[in-house]
Write a protein that binds this ligand. Structure first.
Ligand SMILES: [Zn+2]
Length: 459
């Protein structure tokens, strides 16, 4: 009886303890490696650059945040590069599956999309025009980066320890819609009336004693503060400057940038390295403002689900069209056509679709990462955040790999770079069918439903 009274008196504590028993402790692990190239190397992103890099503006990094609860593990990898292809990532993912048993989808490399980092092997090949000796430099750097990506994941897994997570959202306003409407069609420029996503999502990673270990933050904007003209230094652009500012303010904490869905957004103003610095400071300021206010606790079980869907292309060109393109004045149109003629000559066929990786990562019901491969236009972030507002969504683009731009139906109907001409550099013939947007949203809905049944509820 005395025991029962005692239990009644401390009933509230018992309920709390029971909740702690049920909710597994989240563990977090952090690691980073310097991936700055050691020799002059061609930089990816701007086709007009026709010589290798000259010096380093700010070092490049590969960083990893591993999360674990129960038997679930997920690793975010932030990479200072324009992008990675499926072929580039294949050996890294195979190695991680073999050494750590990490299944496909549980390691997500998110490229920062800086346009001042090295060209990578098997990536954006139509764009990569350079002498053979520079191709060899690319091959060497790519091999080193592949082993560093696997290593940084291993190091983050080794660093796993119980953590507290907190979430908040700030705002930075330098992202500008870059699609302007002209009588002759869509052109690049500054469109202050176009859609933007100015959210700055922040996840702070603290030890159980409350010490700040890491800051994950995001923004939906191209890594193109440096517009390329005459700039040949290696740089992580505004994203690297934001990280550096944060790490100055919070010594000992690792700042990690997660690229949002801002493929049709450019920083404003843009031009030279001073613009990268100013945007970096603005973004870091937005993150600090979030960290200085009370943040929401993120608790509960880690769950994630991954899938690859097919994005269908309109009918492929026939051989006479390819042969005509192979004589084009535009070297990129020519290179794309030559690639496909070689495939046809070997008995292959034109692709009718491309695979698009996507995943959802949830922590309890407190935070939902919605991740899409490719250069995803901002309309997707806006739609997903509205549709899943109750789930505290955090939208990430350039996730896993970048097969091409991912336009929505509006952009496909309007045309322009993100709908059409960018496909030349990605070595694809399009455009995508206008069903692309509804198909992606249907797949996201399916993934969300998969996660609504927690695995621990099953017998
Ligand atoms: Zn881009």
């Amino acid at each position: 009886m005395r025991r029962i009274i005692h239990c009644l008196l401390i009933g509230a504590c018992i309920v709390l303890e029971a909740r702690e028993d049920k909710e597994p402790v989240i563990e977090a692990g952090l690691a980073q490696l310097d991936i700055t190239p050691e020799e002059p190397i061609f930089l990816a992103g701007y086709a007009a650059r026709r010589k290798p890099s000259e010096g380093v503006d700010i070092p490049l990094k590969a960083q990893a945040l591993a999360l674990r609860s129960g038997n679930q593990r997920f690793v975010f990898v932030a990479l200072d590069n324009c992008e990675v292809s499926r072929r580039f990532m294949e050996p890294v993912l195979k190695k991680l599956a073999a050494t750590h048993g990490l299944p496909r989808g549980s390691v997500m490399v998110v490229s920062s999309h800086t346009h001042s980092a090295p060209v990578l092997a098997d990536t954006l090949e139509v764009m990569a025009i350079m002498p053979a000796k520079d191709k060899e430099v690319i091959r060497r750097y790519s091999k080193r980066l592949q082993s560093q990506l696997a290593e940084v994941v291993s190091l983050a897994l080794k660093d796993l320890s119980p953590a507290q997570l907190k979430h908040g959202v700030g705002e930075a306003t330098f992202a500008m819609n870059r699609r302007i409407y002209r009588p002759e069609g869509i052109r690049f420029g500054e469109n202050p009336d176009g859609p933007v996503d100015w959210d700055v999502p922040v996840l702070s990673i603290l030890s159980t004693q409350g010490e700040l270990r890491g800051i994950l933050f995001g923004y939906a904007c191209h890594g193109t503060s440096v517009s390329g003209n005459g700039f040949f230094q290696v740089s992580g652009d505004y994203m690297a400057y934001a990280r550096a500012s944060l790490e100055n303010v919070y010594p000992g904490a690792m700042a990690i940038f997660m690229t949002g869905m801002g493929a049709d957004q450019n920083p404003s103003p843009r031009g030279d390295i001073m613009d990268a610095k100013r945007h970096g400071v603005e973004l870091a300021g937005a993150v600090i403002e979030v960290l200085n206010k009370p943040m929401r606790s993120v608790e509960g079980r880690l769950a994630h689900t991954y899938k690859e869907m097919d994005l269908h292309l309109e009918a492929a060109p026939d051989r006479p069209q390819l042969e005509k393109d192979a004589k084009s004045d535009d070297i990129y149109v020519r290179r794309r056509a030559e690639q496909f003629l070689a495939i046809l000559n070997q008995g292959g066929a034109m692709p009718l679709s491309i695979p698009l990786p996507m995943s959802i990562v949830r922590i309890g019901t407190d935070l939902t990462f919605m991740n899409l491969a490719g250069e995803v236009v901002v309309d997707y972030a806006i739609r997903l955040k509205r549709q899943y507002a109750d789930d505290h969504p955090w939208c990430i683009g350039y996730a896993y790999e970048v097969p091409c731009y991912i336009p929505n139906v509006r952009i496909l109907k309007e045309g322009g770079y993100e709908a059409e001409s960018s496909l030349i550099y990605y070595g694809l013939y399009g455009p995508f069918r206008t069903s692309i947007e509804s198909n992606i949203l249907t797949q996201v809905k399916g993934l969300m439903q998969t996660l609504e049944t927690p695995s621990d509820a099953l017998p």
